[in-house]
Design a protein around this ligand. Structure first.
Ligand SMILES: Nc1ncnc2c1ncn2[C@H]1C[C@H](O)[C@@H](COP(=O)(O)OP(=O)(O)O)O1
Ligand SMILES: [Mg+2]
Length: 195
């Protein structure tokens, strides 16, 4: 455990590729002033830096596979520490991608207060990703890689939701509930500053 992050409020944001995790996070940032950290964005920044490690990451991401756990966890932890003095809490978007990632996070950083599950139909996710691919410039927004990312989501990431349901910290948000989400008292009490 890192001292600086000892009492940090942590919210995991989990959902399939193109489910709208980033959009939900932006809304929470606007309303609650949380720090948004997207594992995918952190990884893409490393790729963009042109480093040797970035090149290896790029090759993995292009195939729609998961990068090594230690790499992504180190990056998240570093980014969290960098914001520790000003952060009201953290939205960890795109992590954990598998149960093991959640367990390691808890060992090295701390336990999440909440898991926000961004639900969307497979068909919707594929449509959005194909559309995003027209302008995103992302090497993984193509039909073949999208299919692999979806398969991996159902196989490796969905079990994460069941895992955290056991401790009753999962809150589901889908298109229908989106508008009401910010009014839900359980969300508000966890996210707000008042103890
Ligand atoms: N927690 C994590 N563990 C391993 N690989 C990850 C990861 N988060 C992101 N990646 C890698 C694999 C993903 O296919 C890629 C893009 O991630 P993302 O930006 O979260 O994409 P998506 O739009 O599919 O949700 O980066
Ligand atoms: Mg994203």
């Amino acid at each position: 455990m890192t001292d600086k992050l000892k009492d940090a409020k942590i919210v995991f944001v989990v959902g399939g590729p193109g489910s709208g995790k980033g959009t939900q996070c932006e809304k929470i940032v606007a309303k609650y002033g949380y720090t948004h950290l997207s594992s995918g964005d952190l990884l893409r920044a490393e790729v963009a830096s042109g480093s040797e490690r970035g090149k290896q990451l790029q090759a993995i991401m292009q195939k729609g596979e998961l990068v090594p756990l230690d790499t992504v966890l180190d990056m998240i932890k570093e980014a969290m520490i960098a914001k520790a003095d000003v952060s009201k809490g953290y939205l960890i978007d795109g992590y954990p991608r598998e149960v093991k990632q959640g367990e390691e996070f808890e060992k090295k950083i701390g336990a999440p207060a909440l898991l926000l599950y961004v639900d969307a139909k497979a068909e919707t996710m594929v449509k959005r990703l194909m559309k995003r691919g027209e302008t995103s410039g992302r090497a993984d927004d193509n039909e073949e890689t999208i299919k692999k990312r979806l398969d991996l989501y159902y196989k490796a990431t969905e079990p994460v939701i069941a895992y955290y349901e056991k401790c009753s910290i999962v809150r589901k948000v889908s298109r229908n509930t989106e508008r009401n989400m910010m009014l839900q008292s359980n969300m508000t009490s966890v996210l707000s500053l008042t103890p």
